[in-house]
Write a protein that binds this ligand. Structure first.
Ligand code: FMN
Length: 254
């Protein structure tokens, strides 16, 4: 995948919900399958599986007429849902930068046959196909997002945190907060309250992985070599409502 194009897609992508129901051409579908096998993990050593499935293998999809869906499965290990957010966001940006629409889907579910066909835990779906609506935003002001000052107290890393700010999240919760500095950014997630555990709260970890992928891609774009560290001792949580997720370190000797 062309990482420059993925980086540029951060500033124009949007969730697509109106599709041409016709399947996309088979060459493109093959390229997508190949890409699904080469997604970069955030956490090494977690087994994952990405299956392309068809509309008749998805329930509760309401008016979503997408011709294709990706069903994602993972081994249940530390930070596995963050890892899935990080991996599948690579596809969301790939679709947007290759003329196709996509949408993360937490509400629709795969049929039992699909779920039973994997030994791993089912995590989430993503729809994709040719879009019937405009594929891109033309201005960053079209993103409905919190202000940068609401999601971080870091003053010298806007080029990394602005891409994280624009990340998609379930129910647009944007449950992230960043502290530290340009060399070590600590990522936290707001804790989902009781009501939120039913509406989007179960995807807080996935959302964190999505934002961390945007952050890492931006770091790479600006010549950083980044490394993720999961070290609770780095937790300097600025509030009781925030759970430490990971630290993004600038690494000099990768
Ligand atoms: C983990 C996750 C689950 C989502 N589930 C759904 C869903 O079930 N249905 C839907 O229409 N959109 C879903 N979305 C899309 C969000 O509503 C959307 O990303 C958010 O409102 C921001 O809008 P944007 O993606 O157009 O920037 C989901 C997004 C994420 C990241």
């Amino acid at each position: 995948m062309n990482e420059n194009a993925l980086y540029e897609a951060i500033f124009k992508r949007k969730s697509i919900r109106d599709y041409d129901p016709k399947p996309i051409d088979s060459n493109h579908l093959e390229e997508i399958s190949t890409n699904l096998q080469s997604l970069k993990p955030m956490v090494k050593g977690i087994k994952t599986e990405f299956m392309i499935i068809s509309p008749n293998q998805v329930t509760r999809k309401f008016s979503n007429k997408a011709p294709h869906f990706i069903a994602v499965f993972s081994e249940a290990k530390d930070a596995y849902k963050v890892n899935i957010g990080f991996m599948l966001q690579q596809m969301d940006l790939y679709f947007s930068s290759n003329g196709l629409g996509s949408c993360w889907l937490g509400i629709p579910q795969p049929t039992n046959d699909v779920v039973d066909s994997s030994d791993l835990e089912f995590i989430i779906l993503m729809s994709f196909g040719n879009s019937k609506e405009a594929l891109h935003r033309t201005n960053v002001s079209e993103f409905k997002r919190k202000l940068l000052s609401d999601i971080t107290n870091i003053k010298d890393a806007d080029e990394l945190l602005e891409p994280a700010r624009l990340a998609p999240s379930a129910v647009n919760m944007q449950n992230w907060y960043f502290t530290g500095n340009k060399s070590a950014i600590h990522a936290y997630s707001y804790r989902a309250g009781f009501a939120r555990t039913f509406v989007g709260g179960s995807y807080y970890s996935v959302n964190m992985g999505i934002a961390l992928y945007h952050l890492q891609l931006a770091g790479q774009h600006f010549g950083w070599k980044t490394k993720f560290v999961f070290d609770k001792s780095k937790d300097k949580s600025p509030s009781k409502n925030l759970d430490y997720i990971a630290t993004v370190e600038r690494a000099f000797n990768l």
